[in-house]
Ligand binder design. Structure first.
Ligand code: ZN
Length: 269
């Protein structure tokens, strides 16, 4: 298991930055407004669409099993792969891409970018980008930083240099702690809502074991599964907040959901 220490979390989907709190180096408060358009942890959509994401693979033992299950359900997911794993098993990543799943960059060796200088970061991204292209024929367009650890400045130049959107998550079952398949399933099913980006890891047996039940339950709730890029393409503007009355008692105008997309701080990713 990877030691996943929480370093930083941030999420800025299409939401208003002013609503967000955070004091990390990646603080949305200090982020320029443009940052909102290149980082996604949730997407405001008009239908029951969600994106399942699987990090840290491919795993020679588990990923093919997961691909069989997704194929049986005709579900497309997004795999945030580790470059060195792709180089070791390009055939698994090639199969995932062939079957319609999205393949995305999750660094070469699961590095903590916020603690690194630009050159090693660039090397991690480039090598992984190349490994994915070699395996699938296509370059990825999405990047997820391990542990969600990335600075605002890094997001900016990574987006400019590689064209990547930065993808975080809003549903985290903490499956890397291996709480057992039932707990993983219950957490995901409980937290997932329209527009969710669900984080899971296809390197943990309990996560893959939980998936049949998770898919059944999410399907029963009417969710439809798309890749992260497809979900982003479906984004609609956040609902404007209700107009406050000129006077009188507070009406407790809660911000609309798209403005409160902050997930629980999470050490995952
Ligand atoms: Zn990871």
């Amino acid at each position: 298991m990877r030691p996943c220490h929480f370093a930083v979390f941030s999420l800025i989907s299409l939401a208003a930055l002013a609503e967000l709190r955070g004091e990390t180096p990646d603080s949305p408060r200090s982020a320029p407004a443009a940052d909102a358009r290149l980082t996604y942890s949730y997407v405001h959509v008009a239908g029951p669409y969600i994106a399942l994401t699987f990090d840290d693979g491919p795993s020679v033992k588990l990923t093919p099993k997961l691909l069989d299950l997704l194929a049986a359900h005709r579900i497309k997911a997004t795999f945030f792969v580790i470059g060195e794993n792709v180089a070791e098993h390009p055939e698994i990543t090639a199969r995932a891409a062939r079957e319609g799943h999205e393949i995305a960059n999750h660094t070469w060796s699961h590095s903590n970018f916020a603690k690194m200088s630009d050159e090693p970061v660039r090397r991690q991204l480039r090598q992984t980008d190349d490994a994915i292209r070699d395996a699938t024929g296509d370059r990825p367009t999405l990047f997820r930083p391990p542990y969600g650890s990335i600075t605002t400045r890094q997001k900016r130049w990574i987006h400019d240099d590689f064209g990547y959107d930065i993808v975080l998550w809003d549903v985290d079952p903490l499956d890397w702690k291996r709480p057992g398949p039932t707990v993983v399933a219950n957490r995901i099913v409980k937290m997932t809502r329209a527009g969710s980006i669900v984080l899971a890891h296809d390197i943990h047996p309990g996560t893959v074991a939980a998936m049949p039940s998770i898919l059944d339950q999410l399907e029963a709730k009417g969710f439809q599964f798309v890749t992260v890029s497809q979900l982003i393409a479906m984004a609609i503007p956040p609902t404007p907040p209700p107009v406050k009355p000129q006077s009188g008692a507070s009406t407790g105008t809660a911000p609309p959901r798209a403005r409160s997309t902050n997930p629980s701080p999470s050490p995952s990713g």
